[in-house]
Ligand binder design. Sequence first.
Ligand SMILES: *Cc1c(COP(=O)(O)O)cnc(C)c1O
Length: 736
Amino acid sequence: MKKEKEDFVNPLDFFDDLDEDMNEKVAIEEEKPQEAAASRERGQRTPANPPGRQPGSKPIGRQKKGHAVFITGTDTGVGKTTVIKVIATLLKEKGLDVGVMKPVQCGGEDAKSLKEFLQITDHLSDINPYLAKDPHSPHVAFKREKIQVHREKILSIFEKMRRRHDVLLVEGAGGLQVPIREDYLVADLVKDMGIDMVIVSRLGLGTINHTLLTIDKARDMGVHVSGVIFSASEKKVPGVPEKTNPATIKFISKTSGLGIIPFLDELTAEAMLKVCKNKIDLKPFLPGNKPSATGQLVADDKNYVWHPFTQMKDWLESDPLVIERGEGSYLMDTEGKKYLDGVSSLWVNIHGHNHPHINAAVKAQLARLEHSTFLGLSNIPAIELAKKLVAVAPKGLEKVFYSDNGSTAVEVAVKMAYQYWQNAGKTEKIKMVHLSNSYHGDTLGTVSIGGIDLFSQVYKNLTFPTIKIDSPDGFRTTDFEKTVTDLEYVLSSSAHEIAALVVEPVVQGAAGMIVWPDGILKRMKDLCEKYEVFLIADEVATGFGRTGKMFACEHDGVTPDFLCLAKGLTGGYLPLAATLTTKKVFDGFLFDYKDQKSFFHGHTYTANPLACAAAVANLELFHKEHTLGKLQPKINFLGERLKMFYNLTRVGQVRQKGFMAGIELVKDKTTNEPYAWDEKIGVRICNEARKRNVILRPLGNVIVLMPPLSISKRELDYLLQVTQWAIRQVTQKVSP
Ligand SMILES: *Cc1c(COP(=O)(O)O)cnc(C)c1O
C-alpha cells in the first residue's frame, strides 16, 4: 500500500518542549543510570527522558492507562458494535474505565450508540472523527461527501483517547482490507496505531475462510492477533458449522478463540452480564496484561551476545535499547518508544524502514525461492539485479560479482585486480596503494588496506604490506594537491609492482566524512590509466544516492575499474554486496579450464535471491519515487541548517556532501585541539540525542548525520535541532 510519505508521527509534538530546552542555559540534570534502568523495568519513562510530550501529559507505554485493542470484523455486519458493547460492559464491571473509538463510520449511528450505551463522556467527534452519511465503503462514501480523511488526525486523536482511559476499544470499519482512502486500508491504520487486534467472526457457514484470511493479512503486516470472538448474529439453534468452526479456526491458525457471544434478545448491560459474564476470555483487553519484555531481553542480550565494535564492559553497564519495529524514518523499541533514525541504521537504509514496495518484493520472492547456490546455478533476481546495476553504474562497468558485505566487495576487487595481473603474466604487479585515512572493511584483506590505525594496529602482524599515501583530513590538513603529487610519484616509480589503487571516492566516511574537492578523483583516475594501475572505487558508503548522485564517481565523471557496493544496495534490508568491473578485467580471466585461472572466490550465500529481490525493489524505488530529484532540496536545506552549527563553541568544522554530513567537535576552537579519545565526546552527545528520540552513532569526535534519503524535511529539521541541542548539552557540561 502506498502511504502518504508525510511524517509517520508528528515530530512537532516534540517541538514545544524542545524549544524551551534549547533556550535554556542550564543543562538538565543528568539522570542516574540506575534510576533509568529501574523505571524502564517498570515500563515507565524517566522525567529526564521525556518522550517529547507536554510536561504533565501521560506518556504512552504499557502502564495502566493507555491500553488499546483494535477490533475488526471478518466482514461487514458481523456484529462488531454489539461485541464491543459486551466487552466494554464486562470490563466496566471489573472496575475499568473503558473508552471507545470508531475512527471512520459510514452510515448508521454506531458511535453515538456506543457513547450512549456505555455512558462515555468523550466528545462524539473524538469517538468518531470521520462520519459519512451513506453506508458505502469509506473511500467512496467520504469522496462523495467531499470529506478528506487525514490519518495524522486519526492517529493524534487516538493517542489522546488512549491516554484518557484504562482500555480503549477501537472499532474498525468492515474488514481489514477495506479502503479508508484508496491508498490507505483499515489494515494500514491498525499497523500505524501499533496495537494488537481482536477479530470478530460470525458463527455460521463461510466464517473459516474469512477468518483465516483476516488472520493471514494481519500476520503479514506484523499485527498481532490476540484472538477471535465469535458472534451469533441470528437466533438459531447451533448447527454443525456453529459447533465446529471455532475449533477448526483455532487448529489451523493457532489463534485462540476468546469465546462465543450468543444472540442477545435484549441489548442491555444486565442481559449482557447475565449471558456473557465469565464466558469470554478478557485477557487481551486487560491493561498490564502484556508486560514489557525489555528487562528479560536486555538480560539475555548481556548474557549471550557480543556486539561489534563495542567495548563490552561498557555495554554490560549500559541500558541498551532493543529495537522491535521500524517504519519510515523511525525505529521503535520494545517499550513502544519511537526514535528518528539519524544514521540510516549505520548508513544502509535508503527509502525508509518497512517500505511496502521492498516488503512486497521480498515476500513475493520468499514465496518462490529463499536460496539456491550461485556456484554452478543461477537465479532470477540475481540476473535481474545484475542487469539493473550495469544500467545505473558508470558506463563501462559491465560485469557484476556478488558477495555478502562491504568488506567482501572490496576484498573481491583486490583479489581480482591482483589476479588479473597474475593471469596476464605481469606477476610483479602485486601491491595495493591506498590512502592513510582509508577504511575498507574488517576482513584481514581490507584491514591491510585500511589506514585508520585504531581499527588496524592490533592486527598488523596478520596483514599484508601495502603502499600508503598520505591524505589530508580536510580540516587540520587540507593539501589534497600533495596526495595527488605523491600518488604520481609512487606510480611513476613503482607502477611495475602495483596492481591497484583503492580509494573511497569523494567522501571518506569512516575517517570522519572527509570530503574531497572536485577533480581529485578524476586526476587519480587519469594517473591510474597513465601508469596501468587499476582504480578500485569503494562506494560501499557513498553509493545509492548518499552524495546526491547515484554514485560518488559521477561527481568527477569517472568510471573506475572496480566499483564496490554494499550498504545501501538492498535499501538497508539484507546483507548483499556487488563488485562491478569492466569487460577488460572479465576477459582477463577467460582461459582454458586446465590453466587454473578462474577467479577462486565465492561465498555460500552469494547472490541470495531474497537479498537480490530487495535490491531490485530498491532500484525500482529510485525511479518510482524520484528519490534523487526529491533529495536535492533536502540537501540544500541540510546545508543551510548545518551552518548554524558553527555558532556552537565546540564545533570545529562541518563537512557535507549530499546527504552525508560530519560535525567535528574540538576542545579549543582557536587551536582546533581535539578532544581526547577517552573523553568519548561523540558517544556522549549521541547518548544525549537519544533522550530526545534521535538515534545517532559518532565516529570519534565527529557526529555523523546520514538519514534515510526518504526523510521528510520536517523530520530532518527535527534531527538537526536535536543534534544541536545535544551538542550544547554535553559540551557546555564538559567545559563550563
Ligand atoms: C562500511 C564500509 C565498508 C565495510 O562494509 P561491511 O558491510 O561493514 O563489511 C567498506 N568500505 C566502506 C567505505 C564502508 O563505509
